[in-house]
Structures are given as structure tokens and as C-alpha cells.
Design a protein around this ligand. Structure first.
Ligand SMILES: [Zn+2]
Length: 139
């Protein structure tokens, strides 16, 4: 897509701090990092989100994420890495080109807000009903 920021990065029209590339994917540093080493992995072929991305590109992104996560572990020795992927405006997806965030957490650094929510037991009957609704919609 011509007006897509990440397509422009793929095409070299906008520079990035590249950490990995293969035939189908590109990984680069987020310029608004939540933590040191915050890296994005994207398919080179445009797809907006998890609903649209072809299975082979989805697999390629997640296989690349393992390589990159191993490199982050080796290079930065984080205490953990959050893999985060947002779909749609309601989930605060800002760039509408599928991307997987790898967000490392360093020892002593603040909690990652995306990984710390309060655990509260849900209503099991409501959970069952919702689960059934989703299960029956699987194609
Ligand atoms: Zn794009």
C-alpha cells in the first residue's frame, strides 16, 4: 500500500534500524520503545491485521520472532520478553500493517504495563457461554 508507513520501510523509502530480514519478513527497532530492545517484526507483504494476513506470512513472522527473541536474549539478557500483537483501532493498533512487538524487560526496570494486570476470577458460566460462541464460529 502506497500510504502505509511500514510498506515504505519495507521499500526503503523510510529508514529503519534493521535487525533481521528474510524473504518474507523484516524486523526493526521501534522508534518509540517501551523498553530497550523493543523490536517489531512485520511481513514484507502488506496485510492490515490478524484477520487478513495470509497464513504463510503469519507463520514467517512468528518464526522470525523466535530468531529475534533469541538474539535479544543473547544481546541484552532480559528477564523476560513480551510478544504483543494488536488488531484494530479498539486495541490501539496504530500502524495498520500487521506487526508483532517483542518487548524485553531488563532486571530492575519498571514493570511492563502490558504484562501486569490484576487477576480476578471471572463468571465461569459466562466464560463457558462465550467459549461456546467462539468455538461454534470457528471455520
Ligand atoms: Zn503496509
Amino acid at each position: 500500500m502506497t500510504d502505509c508507513l511500514f510498506c515504505k520501510i519495507v521499500n526503503g523509502e523510510i529508514p529503519c534500524v534493521k535487525v533481521y530480514e528474510d524473504e518474507k519478513t523484516l524486523a526493526f527497532e521501534d522508534i518509540n520503545p517501551i523498553s530497550e530492545g523493543h523490536t517489531l517484526i512485520i511481513p514484507k507483504r502488506h496485510a492490515e491485521n490478524l484477520w487478513e494476513i495470509p497464513a504463510e506470512d503469519l507463520a514467517a513472522v512468528h518464526m522470525a520472532s523466535q530468531k529475534v527473541a533469541r538474539a535479544i536474549k543473547k544481546a541484552l539478557n532480559p528477564t523476560g520478553i513480551a510478544a504483543l500483537q494488536l488488531n484494530g483501532k479498539g486495541a490501539n493498533q496504530v500502524v495498520l500493517h500487521y506487526h508483532l512487538h517483542l518487548v524485553p524487560r531488563a532486571s530492575g526496570a519498571p514493570e511492563l504495563p502490558i504484562t501486569s494486570w490484576e487477576l480476578k476470577s471471572g463468571d465461569i458460566e459466562a466464560i463457558k457461554q462465550t467459549g461456546q460462541k467462539i468455538a461454534s464460529a470457528i471455520e
